[in-house]
Design a binder for this molecule. Structure first.
Ligand code: ATP
Ligand code: MG
Length: 292
C-alpha cells in the first residue's frame, strides 16, 4: 500500500525536525501572509556635488523585520539610510533621481517633517536632549497631541522596548545627560519608538558603545522584531548576523545582494558577497587607491 502524501511528508518532517503545525502551509491549505514592503527604493541614484554615490539602488524594507545594511567604508550606507527619511535634503549639494516609496506613497512628494515622523532615526552618537529622561521619551509624543492619560504608559512601554526601564524607572525625572553613553543611546531609541514610527532607521547605533552596552542595544533591536520595522547600518558583520533578518550588501553605490541574512552568510548568490562577509573585501577601490 502506498503511503499518502501527507503521511510521507509528516514522516519526513519528523525526521527533519520540522514543526507539525507547518503541514497545512506546506500543503497549500493555509496561506502564509505575504511579506509587505513598508518602504522601497526604486532605481535610486544620488549625487553629491555631481559625484555619484548611489548608482541605481532598488531595495525593499520588509514590514516587521530588521534589515541590516553592510558594506565597506564609503560605499554609501549612511547615504542610503538618510535618503529614506530625506535627511539627505539637508545637504544642499545633493541631487536624487529614482523613487523612494513609503506605503506606496512617493516620499519626495511628502512634507519632509511629516515623513520623518513616520520614519524615525537613531544616530551614531547618542543625542539626548538636555531634559529629564521622561521628557526625552515624550518629546515627539507631546507634538502628536495624544491623550495625556497615556503618557506614563507610553514612557514605560518605550523604555522597556529599549531595554532600559529597569535601569531608569526610579529616576525618570533626572536629566538624561547624567546617564552613561550606552544608556543615553537606549533613551534615544525609546524616544524614537514612543511616536510609533512605521520605520526606525539606525546608523551604526553601537559605534560609540562598549561591548556591554552594545549587547544591551542589540537586545533592544531584537525585541523590536515583529512589532517595528528597522533598517540598521552596521560595520560589524557579526552584529548584522545576530540582529538582522534581511541583509543588504552595498558596494560602491550598487546593491550587490539583498536577501535573508542567514542565506547571505551561508550561501550567497554573489562571489563578492561571500568575499565581503567572510572578511575579504574590506575597503572600497577608492580607499585602496588613496592608500597606494
Ligand atoms: N554631505 C556630503 N557631501 C559630499 N559628499 C558626501 C556627503 N556625505 C557623504 N559623502 C560621500 O559619499 C560617499 C558615501 O558616504 P557614506 O557616508 O554614505 O558612506 P558609508 O558607507 O556610510 O561609510 P562609513 O562606513 O565610513 O560610514 C563617500 O565618498 C562620502 O565622502
Ligand atoms: Mg556611514
Amino acid at each position: 500500500m502506498t503511503e499518502s502524501f501527507e503521511n510521507q511528508w509528516l514522516r519526513r518532517s519528523d525526521a527533519g525536525g520540522v514543526a507539525v503545525q507547518d503541514v497545512p502551509a506546506a500543503l497549500g491549505l493555509r496561506k502564509e501572509p505575504t511579506p509587505t514592503n513598508v518602504m522601497e527604493t526604486q532605481s535610486l541614484q544620488l549625487w553629491y556635488s555631481g559625484r555619484q554615490v548611489l548608482k541605481g539602488v532598488s531595495v525593499p524594507v520588509v514590514q516587521g523585520k530588521v534589515t541590516a545594511i553592510v558594506g565597506p567604508s564609503g560605499c554609501g550606507k549612511t547615504t542610503l539610510l538618510r535618503s529614506l527619511n530625506r535627511l539627505t535634503d539637508l545637504s544642499r549639494n545633493c541631487r536624487i533621481e529614482g523613487k523612494i516609496l513609503l506605503d506606496g506613497e512617493d516620499c519626495m512628494a511628502m512634507d519632509p517633517v511629516a515623513l520623518r515622523r513616520r520614519v524615525g532615526m537613531v544616530f551614531q552618537r547618542p543625542n539626548p536632549f538636555p531634559m529629564s529622561i521622561r521628557e526625552n521619551v515624550l518629546y515627539g509624543v507631546r507634538a502628536q497631541k495624544r491623550k495625556k492619560a497615556r503618557f506614563d504608559e507610553i514612557v514605560e512601554a518605550s523604555l522597556r522596548k529599549a531595554v532600559i526601564w529597569d535601569e531608569v524607572k526610579d529616576r525618570l525625572d533626572e536629566s538624561a545627560l547624567n546617564l552613561s553613553g550606552g544608556q543615553q543611546q537606549r533613551i534615544c531609541i525609546a524616544r524614537t519608538l514612543a511616536v510609533s514610527p512605521e520605520v526606525v532607521l539606525m546608523d551604526e547605533p553601537a559605534a560609540s558603545l562598549d561591548p556591554r552596552s552594545t549587547a544591551k542595544l542589540e537586545e533592544s533591536v531584537m525585541a523590536m522584531r515583529g512589532e517595528y520595522t528597522v533598517v540598521a547600518v552596521t560595520h560589524e558583520l557579526s552584529q548584522a548576523r545576530r540582529i538582522s533578518e534581511n541583509l543588504v550588501f552595498i558596494y560602491e553605490g550598487h546593491i550587490v545582494e539583498f536577501g535573508e541574512t542567514k542565506q547571505l552568510f551561508e550561501d550567497p548568490r554573489e562571489e563578492a558577497t561571500r568575499d565581503y562577509l567572510s572578511g575579504g573585501l574590506v575597503t572600497s577601490i577608492e580607499e585602496e587607491e588613496a592608500a597606494s
